[in-house]
Design a protein around this ligand. Structure first.
Ligand code: OXD
Ligand code: MN
Length: 626
C-alpha cells in the first residue's frame, strides 16, 4: 500500500474509507490524499449516490450555519461576503507550463508559481472542519456525453448546491475503473468570520488544464466555488477541442411549432443577458439554462444539459414576467436562496420581485433598512443584483421529458445573443453555418453585468458568450466551432438575437415577453415555413409575419412603426462593430482561421455599399424577400 492509501486509511473512518476504496481508482486516491495532506481537515465525509448520504450533506448545511431555514418548507438561504458576490475574473487563472500556448486573451500564471501560491492558501485551510468528497456526472449518466467529476470542499453549502445542480456520479466512478479520466475540483472557503470568507484579497481560482484540476479558495460565491459549473466548463472546452465536440455556455430548450412539433434550440448568452428567462419562456420546454455539450451523433448535432438544476439570477423574477420559476420559488420545494433579503418572518425578498419593499431585514450587508449606505456612501439595494436561487429542474412545470436522455436532443437551431443597446436587430438569421458561427457567435459582444466583479455596462468581446471560459486559444476555439458541423448534411440554423435594443430616447424597444415571438419565428424558419427579408447581414422577419405572431402568441398589436424602428439596419453602428471585431481578431487572436476574415470582410463590403446608396439608417421595408 502506498502512502496515499495509508493516509486515507488513517484519516477516514471505516465507513467513509470503504466508500472510497470501493471505487478502486489510484488516481482518485492520489487526488483525495494529496488534498487531505494539504488542507488537513478534521474529518472527511464521502458521499455516494445513496439518499442518506445526500440527506446528510443537506443536514450539515443547516447545522453548520452556512444555510438557514426560511418560512416555507425546504427553503434555505445563504450569504456570501459583501465583497464576494460574483465571479472573480481577475483572480481566475490558468496554470501554464512551458509547453503551453494559450494566447494573450487568457489569464495565466506560471504553473510552479501559481501552485505554490494557491497551495500556501490551502495549507491547513480545513483544520477542524469537515471535508466533503462528492462524485458527480456532468451530462446524463451512461451516455457518450458523461464526464465524471469529483469535488472536495469544506463548504456544505457548495456540496448541497451541487446536489441540486448535478447528477450524482458515484456509480459512474465505479464504472470508470482505474481510469484517470475525470475532473478534479478542490475548494476551501478559507478563514471565516461570521460565516463568510474574510481573506478575499487572497481569493484564487487556479485551473490546471494538464491535470484536469481546479483549485478555489478564500471565496464562497457559487460561480467561484461550485466546481462543476464554470470551472469544469473550462476543463471541458479543452477536452472537447481535443476530441472534436463542443462545450458551450448554452441553454437547451424545446420550442413548439404548429401541430405539436417540438424543435430543439441551444442558445448562448453572456451571464445575466436573458439566457435563463429564454429557457423558461412560458409554453415551451426547458432542458437547461447554462451549459451544454454538443456532439455529432449519426450525422446530426445533438445536445445535452450538463446540469440538472438551475443557479439562476433572482433579480427581476416576478409573478408576471417569470411565472414558471415564480411558482417554484413561492411554494414548498428544495430551494437555496443566496444574497437575498430575509425578513424577521423568514420571508425572502429580492430586487424586482414586484412586492412592496419590506421595512428591513438581513442581507449580504448584515442588518438592512431602506436607504442603508455602504462605506463609500452608495446605497445598498435590498438584495444583491447577482443574488441567486438554486433549484432542481424537476421542480419546473415545463421541464422537457428528454432531460436525461443519454443521446440528448437533436439541435434544430443555435441562437447567440448579447446585451446590445444600439446595434443589432432583435432577431436575425445567418445565411449558413459558417456565416452564423463567424458573424453571430464569434462576433458576439455584450455590455457587462453584475455576474462578474467590476464595472457594469462596458461593451466586451465575448465569442459564443464563452470568453470567460475559453481555455484554448480563441482562434482555435472558433476554428473548432466552424469545423464541428461544417460538413454535415443536417446543420442547425444559426440566429442572432438582441433583447436589449434601445430607441433614440434611451428606452428599450422590446419588453421581455417579446422573445416568445422571436422564438416562434425562428422555429418556423428552421422548417422553411415562413418567408424573410434578405439584408447584407442575414435574414430578418417580414412585418406581416411578426404582426401575426405577436397577435397569436401574445395577443397584442405590433405597430408598423415599432417594426421599422426595431428592424432598421443601423449601418454606422453595424460597420463600427465589424471593424472592432476584425481588429480584435487581427491584433490579439493568434490562430484565427482565414475564413473568419474573409466572411467578415465580404459582409462589411456589402454593408458599405448599402451605406453609400442609402445612408446610415435603412428601413427593413427596403430589403427584398430572400
Ligand atoms: C452563471 C454565470 O452563473 O454565467 O451562469 O455567471
Ligand atoms: Mn452562465
Amino acid at each position: 500500500m502506498g502512502w496515499h492509501e495509508e493516509l486515507l486509511k488513517r484519516k477516514l473512518d471505516r465507513d467513509n474509507y470503504r466508500k472510497l476504496a470501493r471505487l478502486a481508482n489510484p488516481s482518485l486516491y492520489h487526488f483525495v490524499a494529496d488534498a487531505i495532506k494539504l488542507c488537513n481537515p478534521g474529518s472527511v465525509f464521502v458521499t455516494t449516490d445513496a439518499d442518506e448520504d445526500v440527506a446528510y450533506v443537506r443536514r450539515r448545511a443547516l447545522e453548520s450555519g452556512e444555510e438557514k431555514s426560511l418560512a416555507l418548507e425546504g427553503h434555505t438561504y445563504h450569504f456570501d461576503g459583501y465583497h464576494d458576490q460574483a465571479r472573480d475574473r481577475a483572480n481566475t487563472k490558468y496554470l501554464v507550463s512551458a509547453s503551453m500556448e494559450l494566447g494573450a486573451r487568457l489569464s495565466a500564471i506560471g504553473k510552479e508559481e501559481g501552485l505554490k501560491e494557491v497551495h500556501s492558501y490551502l495549507q491547513d485551510a480545513m483544520v477542524g472542519r469537515e471535508m466533503f468528497v462528492r462524485f458527480f456526472c456532468l451530462g446524463p449518466r451512461n451516455s457518450p456525453f458523461s464526464i465524471p467529476a469529483v469535488q472536495l470542499t469544506d463548504s456544505s453549502y457548495v456540496a448541497h448546491s451541487e446536489d441540486l445542480l448535478y447528477r450524482s456520479g458515484y456509480e459512474e466512478f465505479r464504472k470508470l475503473g482505474d481510469s484517470p479520466d475525470f475532473f478534479r475540483l478542490l475548494h476551501s472557503q478559507g478563514e471565516l468570520k461570521d460565516d463568510v470568507s474574510v481573506n478575499t484579497d487572497k481569493r484564487r481560482i487556479y485551473i490546471d488544464l494538464e491535470n484536469n484540476t481546479v483549485y478555489s479558495t478564500n471565496t464562497q460565491y457559487g460561480g467561484n466555488t461550485i466546481g462543476l459549473k464554470k470551472l469544469s466548463l473550462r476543463l471541458a472546452i479543452r477536452k472537447a477541442s481535443e476530441e472534436g465536440w463542443l462545450a458551450e455556455h448554452m441553454l437547451v430548450m424545446g420550442v413548439r411549432g404548429p401541430g405539436g412539433r417540438v424543435t430543439y434550440f441551444t442558445g448562448a448568452f453572456p451571464s445575466a443577458c436573458g439566457k435563463t428567462s429564454t429557457a423558461m419562456v412560458p409554453g415551451e420546454t426547458i432542458l437547461g439554462d447554462d451549459i451544454a455539450y454538443l456532439r455529432v451523433i449519426d450525422g446530426k448535432v445533438r445536445a445535452v444539459n450538463v446540469e440538472c438544476g438551475i443557479f439562476g439570477i433572482i433579480r427581476d423574477v416576478n409573478a408576471q414576467d417569470d411565472p414558471v420559476i415564480w411558482e417554484v420559488l413561492t411554494a414548498p420545494a428544495e430551494v437555496i436562496f443566496s444574497n437575498v433579503l430575509v425578513t424577521e418572518e423568514d420571508i425572502p425578498f429580492w430586487l424586482g420581485d414586484g412586492r412592496e419593499v419590506p421595512a428591513g431585514g438581513i442581507n449580504h450587508s448584515a442588518k438592512w433598512w431602506p436607504g442603508k449606505q455602504d462605506e463609500a456612501g452608495n446605497e445598498i439595494p435590498l438584495s444583491h443584483r447577482n443574488a441567486r436561487y438554486t433549484v432542481w429542474l424537476e421542480e419546473l412545470s415545463n421541464l422537457d421529458p428528454h432531460l436525461h436522455d443519454p443521446l440528448g436532443v437533436e439541435v434544430g437551431a443555435i441562437v447567440y445573443g448579447g446585451r446590445d443597446s444600439d446595434t443589432s436587430v432583435p432577431v436575425e438569421q445567418s445565411f449558413d453555418w459558417v456565416h452564423g458561427i463567424i458573424t453571430k457567435g464569434a462576433s458576439l459582444e455584450s455590455e457587462t453585468t453584475a455576474a462578474t466583479l467590476g464595472k457594469k455596462g462596458v461593451r466586451q468581446f465575448s465569442p459564443m458568450s464563452n470568453s470567460d471560459f475559453i481555455s484554448i486559444s480563441f482562434g482555435r476555439y472558433v476554428q473548432n466551432n466552424i469545423r464541428f458541423a461544417e460538413k454535415l448534411d443536417h446543420k442547425p440554423f444559426i440566429f442572432g438575437v438582441n433583447y436589449f435594443l434601445k430607441g433614440q430616447d434611451g428606452s428599450y424597444l422590446n419588453v421581455m415577453e417579446d422573445k416568445r415571438v422571436w422564438l416562434k419565428w425562428m422555429e418556423l424558419r428552421v422548417h422553411g415555413e415562413v418567408g424573410a427579408l434578405r439584408t447584407p447581414a442575414g435574414f430578418i422577419p417580414r412585418y406581416q409575419d411578426l404582426q401575426h405572431l405577436f397577435h397569436e402568441h401574445l395577443g397584442k398589436e405590433y405597430p408598423e412603426e415599432a417594426y421599422v424602428e426595431q428592424f432598421a439596419l443601423r449601418l454606422d453602428k453595424k460597420l463600427a462593430k465589424m471593424l472592432r471585431i476584425e481588429k480584435i481578431y487581427r491584433e490579439s487572436v493568434p490562430e484565427t482561421p482565414a475564413v473568419l476574415f474573409a466572411v467578415l470582410q465580404a459582409q462589411r463590403q456589402r454593408l458599405e455599399a448599402l451605406q453609400k446608396s442609402k445612408g446610415d439608417w435603412v428601413s427593413p421595408f427596403d430589403f427584398p424577400e430572400g
